[in-house]
Design a protein around this ligand. Structure first.
Ligand code: FE
Length: 344
């Protein structure tokens, strides 16, 4: 009897020890950390991370860098990479990262229900977290016919009046990729050639530089992402206010396919050491509180809910709902067309 009892307690002890071992990965969640590789550098992001830590006990370690540098770093680190999540901008870049094997597919009914299908990867490798529209901006005092479609910028009516960013820029590559998808390569080529004919100057500078050139009269019309407008609208500098006063904004193709929309987004990395916490963080970023801060950090539109801040003054608009992954899939073709059209 005594022997039996000790035998039983020995078995019980082993079962208990096994249970502790098996449960350890689950119970360690509270003490977990999360390593975030982010190409975003906004102050609002810090309050986002702090709130997540308060809610879950998971500490967020931030590694900041340029998009391409972070992708290279994750690839170089390979299986030993401490990265759990990569946050970057433009679906074209998220697609490149996915192609290079940076992400893993995750299963989250919350993300599936909150992020519209056209703003995420079909294999759940990455998800859009905020949106920006690429809009036409014109000089109000110039008296040009107001363009209403991207196609209009190839019209001879705008000869020597169009300023554009370089074709190597991912925003223009994604815009052209979307056009190839909806209108075909031939039409996309004609458009690029027509716009090049209308250039007021060789492509140079970022979107803000284009907006300033339009305001100064160096050119009459350009294309820019809405958050560059938002930044100028939020500025208290007199020079920025003067620029904004000169600019008219058009959400293009409202009678047709809608304005080109791109995303900031993120995915869980292939070898994420903290996958459970990483998925919880991705879900948290689509919560109402996080969406507002995430979008406001860069004057973007949230993917869940409505715009706040200066860009809300631009009003509502129809979005082109072509899947964002197309911007990546058509990227090589877009590079070729820009090249042939002489858009440097
Ligand atoms: Fe930008």
């Amino acid at each position: 009897m005594v022997e039996n009892d000790s035998h039983l307690s020995c078995i019980m002890y082993r079962i208990l020890a096994l249970a502790v071992l098996l449960l350890a990965p689950l119970t360690s969640f509270a003490a977990e950390e999360l390593n975030l590789y982010s190409a975003r550098h906004y102050d609002t992001d810090f309050s986002l991370y702090d709130r997540f830590t308060e809610e879950t006990g998971v500490k967020v370690n931030l590694i900041e860098g340029g998009s391409d540098a972070l992708i290279e770093r994750i690839l170089a680190e390979g299986e030993l990479s401490p990265a759990d999540i990569l946050i970057t901008v433009d679906a074209g870049r998220l697609w490149r990262a996915a192609q290079a094997g940076v992400f893993q597919s995750i299963d989250s009914p919350i993300l599936d229900s909150r992020v519209p299908e056209y703003l995420r990867d079909s294999d759940n490798l990455w998800f859009g977290l905020s949106k920006r529209a690429r809009v036409i901006v014109y000089r109000k005092s110039e008296g040009l016919t107001k363009p209403t479609r991207y196609e209009d910028l190839a019209d001879p009516a705008y000869r020597d009046r169009v300023c554009m960013r370089s074709s190597s820029n991912i925003y223009n590559l994604s815009l052209l990729a979307g056009m190839i998808e909806t209108a075909g390569s031939e039409a996309a080529m004609q458009w690029a050639q027509g716009v090049v004919q209308n250039f007021a100057r060789p492509p140079q500078g970022n979107d803000t530089a284009q907006l300033r050139a339009v305001a100064s009269g160096e050119c009459g019309v350009t294309i820019a992402n809405t958050y560059y407008l938002g930044r100028l609208m939020a500025s208290s500098e007199a020079a920025d206010k003067a620029v904004v006063a000169e600019l008219g904004v058009v959400f293009p193709n409202q009678a047709g396919r809608g304005a080109h929309v791109n995303i900031s987004g993120a995915g869980v990395t292939r070898y994420a050491p903290n996958k459970t916490a990483a998925i919880a963080f991705m879900e948290y970023l689509t919560s109402e509180f996080a969406q507002r801060l995430f979008a406001e950090g860069n004057n973007e539109y949230p993917v869940v809910g409505k715009a706040t801040g200066p860009i809300s003054q631009l009003g509502e608009f129809k979005e082109d709902q072509v899947n964002a992954a197309i911007f990546g899939r058509r990227q090589a073709e877009a590079v070729m067309i820009f090249d042939r059209a002489g858009w440097r």
